[in-house]
Ligand binder design. Structure first.
Ligand code: PBG
Length: 321
C-alpha cells in the first residue's frame, strides 16, 4: 500500500517502460491489404487517405516495399473490369488478384493471402448469387467460393480467406483445396465478421456501388455469444486461423476468442477504422501516436496478427520494432 507501493517506479524512464511493456506491436505482426485491378494508373480511394487501387505492376512494387519494411504478409482484394450477377470473374485466371499472386510469388517471399469472396465481382454487390432473394443463396455461393479458392491457390495463394459469412464456407473451401491437390494452402476464415458500418470506405475501394446491408448473413453488432458459435464452427470445419472483424469496436470479442481458442487469431482493423484515424491525424485532430495505440489495443485484447491499412506507414515510421 501507499506510501511503500509506488507504481510510478515502473514508468520512471523510457528503458524501464520498454522493459515492462506487456504487449507490443511489431511490423512482423501485421498484414497489409492491397487492392489490385487491371488498369494503367493507380486510383486514389477518396475516403481512405493514402490508399489506392493499384495496377498489378504497382501492387507488386508495393508488396516488395512492404516486405523490405519487415511486414510478412499481404491480403489481396481485386476489382474486376466486368461484374455480373454471379460474380463469375472472381475465379478467372486472368483477373488482377490471380495475376498479382503469381507475380508476388515469383518476386517476394511474402505470405500471400487472398480475400475469397464475390462481393467485388457481383453486379449487385452482395457476397454471392442472389437467386431471387435479397441475400446470397448460401449453397450456391459455396460452389462459387470453391472455384475462387482453387483459382487463388493455383495462382500461388498461401492462405485463402473466405469472408462472406456463408454457413459451411470453411468446410467447402477446405475440401475443395484438398481434393484439388492444395492441401498445403491454409484457410484464414473471417470467422466472426459483423455487419458493420465501419466497412463504408471499403465499398468505394472495392468499386462497389453497394448500398444495401449484409445483416442477412453477417453477425449483428449486438451479439457477443453468437461470435463464439461462429468461431467454433469454423474451427471445427478446419480453419487454420480465426478472425474477428472489425477490430476496435469488437475488442471484447477478440479477448473472448483468444481465451477460448488456441489457433492463431487475426483481427481486421477495417476501412472505417482507418479512415477515422487517418482523417483525424491528417487534419491535426489527433497526434500520430494514436495509430499505434489503436493497434496496441487490438494486440492487448489478444490478437496475434492485425490486418491494417496502417501496416506500411507504421512499419516505415519506426514507431514499432
Ligand atoms: C468482402 C469484404 C468486405 C471487407 C473485407 N472483405 C466488405 C463487406 O463485408 O462489406 C471489408 C474490409 C474493410 O472495410 O476494410 N466480404
Amino acid at each position: 500500500m501507499f506510501p511503500e507501493r509506488r507504481m510510478r517506479r515502473l514508468r520512471s524512464g523510457a528503458a524501464t517502460r520498454t522493459l515492462f511493456a506487456e504487449a507490443d506491436v511489431r511490423a512482423s505482426d501485421l498484414v497489409y491489404p492491397i487492392f489490385v485491378e487491371h488498369r494503367d494508373e493507380a486510383v486514389p480511394i477518396g475516403s481512405m487517405p493514402g490508399i489506392e487501387r493499384l495496377p498489378v505492376e504497382s501492387a507488386v512494387k508495393e508488396a516488395k516495399e512492404v516486405e523490405e519494411l519487415g511486414v510478412p504478409a499481404v491480403l489481396l482484394f481485386g476489382v474486376p473490369e466486368e461484374k455480373d450477377d454471379a460474380g463469375s470473374s472472381a475465379w478467372s485466371e486472368g483477373e488482377a488478384v490471380q495475376e498479382a499472386l503469381r507475380r508476388m510469388g515469383e518476386e517476394t517471399e511474402l505470405v500471400l493471402m487472398a480475400d475469397t469472396c464475390l462481393c467485388e465481382y457481383t453486379s449487385h454487390g452482395h457476397c454471392g448469387p442472389l437467386n431471387g432473394g435479397t441475400a446470397p443463396d448460401n449453397d450456391a455461393t459455396l460452389e462459387a467460393l470453391e472455384r475462387v479458392a482453387l483459382s487463388q491457390a493455383s495462382a500461388g495463394a498461401d492462405f485463402v480467406s473466405p469472408s462472406g459469412m456463408m454457413d459451411g464456407m470453411v468446410q467447402a473451401v477446405r475440401s475443395a483445396l484438398d481434393d484439388g491437390g492444395f492441401g498445403e494452402v491454409g484457410v484464414m476464415s473471417y470467422s466472426a465478421k459483423y455487419a458493420s458500418g465501419f466497412y463504408g470506405p471499403f465499398r468505394e475501394a472495392a468499386g462497389s456501388g453497394f448500398e444495401g446491408h449484409r445483416g442477412g448473413y453477417q453477425i449483428q453488432p449486438s451479439q457477443r455469444r453468437e461470435a463464439q458459435v461462429e468461431n467454433l464452427l469454423d474451427y471445427e470445419e478446419g480453419a487454420d486461423v480465426l478472425m474477428v472483424k472489425p477490430a476496435m469496436p469488437y475488442l471484447d470479442v477478440i479477448r473472448e476468442t483468444r481465451q477460448r481458442f488456441d489457433l492463431p487469431l487475426a483481427a481486421y482493423q477495417v476501412s472505417g477504422e482507418y479512415s477515422m484515424l487517418a482523417g483525424a491525424v491528417e487534419n491535426g485532430l489527433l497526434p500520430g501516436e494514436a495509430v499505434v495505440e489503436s493497434l496496441l489495443s487490438v494486440k492487448r485484447a489478444g490478437a496475434d496478427v492485425v490486418i491494417t491499412y496502417f501496416a506500411k506507414e507504421v512499419a516505415e515510421s519506426g514507431q514499432v520494432a
